[in-house]
Design a protein around this ligand. Structure first.
Ligand code: CTP
Ligand code: CA
Length: 226
């Protein structure tokens, strides 16, 4: 009965999900990225579609099949990801599962860079901040119910709670990426959900697809509480 209620709450709702890493170009053949596999975001997209939502999945470069009944938009950089999310608005729920590069090279060289014969010791690459996709969408007047992720290697709940507050989120999903069994590239996850009242809910280690269904059910029961 709880499941039925949860699923009905998402029927016809538009859920926007970000997933995977971003790639930030240094030159035409080189880039900065991270180890995000995209599995959590894709599992969430699948679970949300199964719950009857209209799902838009904006994802960085990953090698994963598109779940049934999910509209997938492929992007490369953080700035592309923000533009794709803004174009997909309005939505009822945003789940930001992407591992967005915090910085990008200030300039992306038009041609493949050559080693500088005058600097045999090394070279310096200047990086500048990328936009925060989640915080940008959460500050709009038509803001959706906003769910962030906090992947941390230390001070998990403290950092997660700070992100919830700073980005004006409804929920934050904290996960400990110092544990490689539940980290970036693994099939399993274990999470703690923190809400605005700082109430915590734990989902113990299981497959990312089961965690995704639990998280979607949790969102379904919380979406109308705000
Ligand atoms: N996020 C985002 N855009 C960014 C950076 C982060 O949308 N440019 C989102 C992530 O998808 C995640 C949440 O913000 O849902 C937290 O990301 P995280 O990297 O853990 O936190 P940051 O705010 O980037 O802080 P830091 O990396 O310094 O811990
Ligand atoms: Ca970050």
């Amino acid at each position: 009965a709880a499941d039925l209620f949860a699923h009905q709450a998402l029927t016809g709702k538009h859920i926007l999900i970000t997933a995977g890493p971003t790639q930030e170009a240094i030159d035409p053949v080189r880039y900065i990225t991270n180890h995000s596999s995209g599995k959590m975001g894709f599992s969430l997209a699948e679970a949300a579609a199964e719950a009857g939502a209209k799902v838009t999945l904006v994802c960085g470069p990953v090698h994963l099949p598109t779940p049934d009944r999910v509209e997938r938009i492929n992007v490369i950089s953080a700035r592309d990801m923000l533009a794709a999310c803004e174009a997909a608005m309005p939505c009822d729920v945003l789940i930001a599962a992407a591992a967005v590069a915090d910085y990008r090279p200030e300039v992306s060289a038009e041609q493949k860079m050559k080693k500088d014969p005058n600097s045999v010791d090394g070279m310096t690459l200047k990086l500048i901040r990328n936009p925060d996709i989640l915080a940008t969408i959460a500050s709009r007047t038509d803001r959706p119910f906003c769910v962030g992720f906090a992947a941390e290697t230390q001070n998990l709940l403290e950092y997660a709670t700070t992100k919830l507050r700073d980005k004006n989120l409804d929920l934050i999903v904290a996960n400990d990426v110092s544990n490689t069994a539940i980290g970036f590239n693994s099939d399993d996850n274990a999470i703690t959900i923190v809400d605005r009242q700082q109430q915590q809910t734990n989902f113990s280690q299981t497959s990312k697809s089961k965690i995704a269904r639990q998280l979607i059910d949790f969102i379904a029961t919380h979406i109308n509480k705000v």
